[in-house]
Write a protein that binds this ligand. Sequence first.
Ligand code: ARG
Length: 449
Amino acid sequence: MQRFNASIGFDRRLAAVDIQGSLAHARMLGAVGVLAAADVVAIERGMATIRDEIAAGTFAFDVALEDVHFAIEKRLTALIGDAGKRLHTARSRNDQVATDTRLWLRGAIDDLDARLTALRRAFATQALAHADVIMPGYTHLQVAQPVTFGHHLLAYEAMFARDAARLADCRKRVNVMPLGAAALAGTTFPIDRERVARELGFDAVAGNSLDAVSDRDFALEFVSVASLAMVHLSRFAEELILWSTSRFAFVTIADRFCTGSSIMPQKKNPDVAELVRGKAARVAGHVTALTVLMKGQPLAYNKDNQEDKEPLFDTVDTLDDCLAIVADLVGTGLAPNPDAMRNAAREGYATATDLADYLVRRGVPFRDAHEVVARAVRAAEARGVDLAELSLAELQAFAPVIGDDVHAVLTLAGSVAARDGVGGTAPARVRAAAQAALAALAADPRRQP
Ligand code: ARG
């Protein structure tokens, strides 16, 4: 029972915020006259000692003490006597653990936000550097139209910008204080919750005590937001894996992000990308775990909620690691191979749409133009050449309106340059978008490098 019941093996990560929360609670109890000033001073002194013991690694996180809250309270009482026993006045472990978890998660969110910023900066910086590098854009993983590598990278910057926005929004609901809800119904003592919230940096106090101690929707929301970010990381990881195969050879990933094979000497495996793709699965699993943990729980607190911590901690650790290593890889370990990208775009008839658009500008209805170009592509395919390699006369056989300016639209550079509207892939547009993304990151006071 002792081992089964205990959470101290993992909730010891809450020790620092548990002490922070207890100190704010004790000071408030002193201010409203529930605790004597001398007791508050003793509690502050005892907690300082406990902090030192934890930092020195001498604090005993003993499984017999069940959880971090009991362990710290017991040690406090051993250090300072009765004042330690008075700390838990007007409080329950139920509002205490909910407060601790929210405080801890708020700090984790702020760290992850900085990680996301570094990742977005890496994508935008590389996009600016490679705004002119042409690669095939795909739909259905079939070559579709030429795009620029910079444009492709900025697609990920856009995804991670939304992840950052979701994280910031989630933080608002995390940063609400349960303390004062006590076990479930509030307390008979004249506590000052606003004062505690101010000291702990909470934006608000929870408005319903039953809800405050019982719901873990804030954790579930966070894990969902994290899972979406992991999905984005996983999509990019999948592209890296594909691009670094010899068939694509679009990119070279620096050796330090890869491993060799124990048996095949020629192998260089994209382990980082594969691990990131794989780790997205565990975070998706944590979303399920917390969803099922909450569903069917009657009000108010149930011990089921002790099971929120491991998925939450693992989500933070996993996302933190993945964001850090992918930011490093994108920023310092990813080299595009423009020749391979260009050749792949050429081989895929990527400018077929450009020829159709050209015919439309010459008065051919789009559906007819589509049909004409399909015939031209089949003819080029039969000869094993690109559209651009067909002569003017050969092209005119498919559509007499074709003029001698046609080859300009069939080049890859012409194709991307022509897509210069907002959100388009033209190098000038990509440079402007990358610069705007970097400027937005620099302008946000929370996002200084
Ligand atoms: N370790 C517990 C948890 O994580 C703390 C709260 C325990 N409360 C209780 N009534 N048993 O939820």
